[in-house]
Design a protein around this ligand. Structure first.
Ligand code: FES
Length: 149
């Protein structure tokens, strides 16, 4: 059901924890499953020098958090903004359909941290007020039976 990469990132998650010198923090949650993801970033000169996460959630949420942090580490904020849940899933060799929303949560957590950075620094990253909020319910319509986490 899960790829080796998903299992690896679930069992040995990278970048777990809290970043004491974080200057950008993003937290998102999924009201339906109750999972919560928090991303800490240290951004210097527009580059994500370090990133850590804390995820209270399912295995796929932990694996996608881990992979998402790996994918944005060392990247510019602009590159990180372009990180899609699809890219996270591809890097993990896929996720079962019922777990796609977990990767969306990871994308949203990264964007929430970047939005926090933008608000704190006044640097316009093109994240308007209408930045799409995570609509948990829309990702759970077909996952109502998914109680495996
Ligand atoms: Fe809620 Fe994975 S994020 S089930």
């Amino acid at each position: 059901m899960y790829s080796e990469k998903v299992m690896d990132h679930f069992e040995n998650p990278r970048n777990v924890g809290k970043l004491e010198n974080a200057n950008a923090v993003g937290e998102v949650g999924n009201a339906t499953c109750g999972d919560i993801m928090k991303i800490y970033m240290n951004i210097e000169d527009g580059i994500i020098k370090d990133v850590k996460f804390k995820t209270f959630g399912c295995g796929a949420a932990i694996a996608t958090s881990s992979m998402a942090t790996e994918l944005v580490k060392g990247k510019s904020v602009e590159e990180a903004l372009r990180l899609s849940n699809r890219a996270v899933m591809e890097a993990l060799d896929g996720l079962p359909p019922a777990k796609v929303h977990c990767s969306v949560l990871a994308e949203q957590a990264i964007r929430a941290a970047l939005k926090d950075y933008s608000q704190k620094t006044g640097i316009d990253l093109g994240l308007g007020e209408d930045e799409r909020e995570f609509d948990c319910a829309s990702f759970h319509h077909d996952t109502a039976q998914d109680d495996t986490h």
